[in-house]
Design a protein around this ligand. Structure first.
Ligand SMILES: *Cc1c(COP(=O)(O)O)cnc(C)c1O
Length: 349
């Protein structure tokens, strides 16, 4: 009896349709880096089948993905050697170029290569500066081996809808680019909140998995991953007795405790506070004591339940991963990508 994750195909399809409705004119690059945000490449077929392109971070991820699809793959981190460049071309990747070293590599390419040029509009992580972009564009355009597909940039604060940095970045992008080359700027948060940032390609990630980029639950999106685990022991403790490592929680009255077979070794966050909800027989019950590697403990005084009952840790209508992220002082992205390979995955309609 162990933790498992069920991946819903119809919820993926539904969330994809939300993206389509928000950005009717743009093509969709489904971002499926980090093993489909932890959902497993094998189980996210609707995304792999029904999107215009698929985005991954690393070349290793592109190698894995190429076994499953003929769709174009956008390689977000780009390549770092001529060997990597060759492999990326063999895999039919569109390669993101974000620094001048990569421009040198590309300009020496012996084979036709599709590139996306990433410019830095204010995030100051990846991307060419405006000067670097202007200095290199003409040479790339005149290189017969280079096919420039798109100019892209990335928001630093799109999850804060009213942050003025969003407009600053969008204005910078519009000032540097025009509609002679396709453009791409929007991640999930921008797709949901910045109508003027949709351009020609949108790059949804987290929203495809049914999770709001804004931290608060968005009921238009349907959770794709349902993370569950069984109750493997039940006991009653007396007032004044504590539970778990460090004895960080002590009961004030006689309390019935369920021990559930999930812990940080499975990807349940160790930072989850006392009171973090766990859904048992449709009742939200509070976590008590520290999360350990293999187990969590939950106060089930208010319900009748037996050993073997499966409980929901996140991913149902009543208990979404955004809530667990909030109780654990983190973001849903880390929880989804943090599920370990001890967890058994399967798919459902
Ligand atoms: C990860 C990533 C995205 C997707 O971001 P979400 O917030 O998950 O929608 C889009 N663009 C780039 C460049 C990324 O690295």
């Amino acid at each position: 009896m162990r933790a498992n994750a069920l991946i819903s195909q119809s919820s993926l399809q539904h969330n994809l349709s939300v993206v389509q409705k928000k950005s009717t004119k743009a093509k969709i690059v489904a971002i499926i880096k980090a093993n489909g945000y932890g959902h497993q490449l094998d189980l996210i077929t609707p995304l792999i089948k029904h999107c215009d392109m698929l985005g991954v971070s690393t070349l290793t991820e592109a190698v894995q993905l190429r076994k499953k699809t003929h769709n174009p793959i956008l390689l977000l981190s780009g390549v770092y050697s001529s060997a990597e460049l060759k492999l990326a071309i063999t895999l039919k990747c569109h390669i993101v170029i974000h620094n001048t070293e990569q421009i040198k590599l590309i300009n020496c390419s012996q084979q036709m290569v599709n590139i996306w040029i990433k410019i830095d509009t204010g995030m100051h992580r990846l991307g060419l500066s405006t000067e670097q972009y202007y200095q290199s564009l003409e040479k790339l355009q005149n290189n017969p081996q280079v096919n420039i597909i798109c100019i892209m940039s990335h928001f630093s604060c799109a999850d804060e809808v009213d942050n003025p940095i969003n407009n600053t970045q969008l204005n910078a992008f519009n000032a540097i680019t025009d509609n002679t080359i396709a453009r791409s700027m929007a991640n999930s948060a921008a797709i949901l909140s910045q109508k003027n940032a949709l351009f020609d390609f949108v790059r949804p990630g987290i929203m495809l998995y049914g999770v709001s980029p804004f931290g608060k639950v968005d009921t238009k999106l349907k959770p794709v991953m349902k993370f569950s685990a069984p109750i493997i022991s039940i006991k009653t403790i007396q007032a004044g007795e504590s539970v778990g490592y460090g004895a960080t929680w002590t009961s004030s009255k006689k309390t019935k405790i369920a021990i559930i077979a999930v812990g940080y070794g499975d990807g349940y966050p160790r930072g989850a506070k006392n009171g973090t909800p766990v859904l048992i027989k449709n009742v939200l019950c509070p976590l008590v004591g520290r999360v350990s590697m293999d187990f969590i403990c939950v106060d089930i005084s208010t319900i009748k339940v037996k050993i073997g009952e499966m409980v929901v840790l996140w991913g149902s209508a009543q208990l979404r991963v955004e809530t667990i992220a909030e109780y654990s002082n983190t973001i849903a992205y880390t929880l989804l990508t943090g599920i370990s390979n001890r967890v058994n995955f399967s798919k459902t309609i």
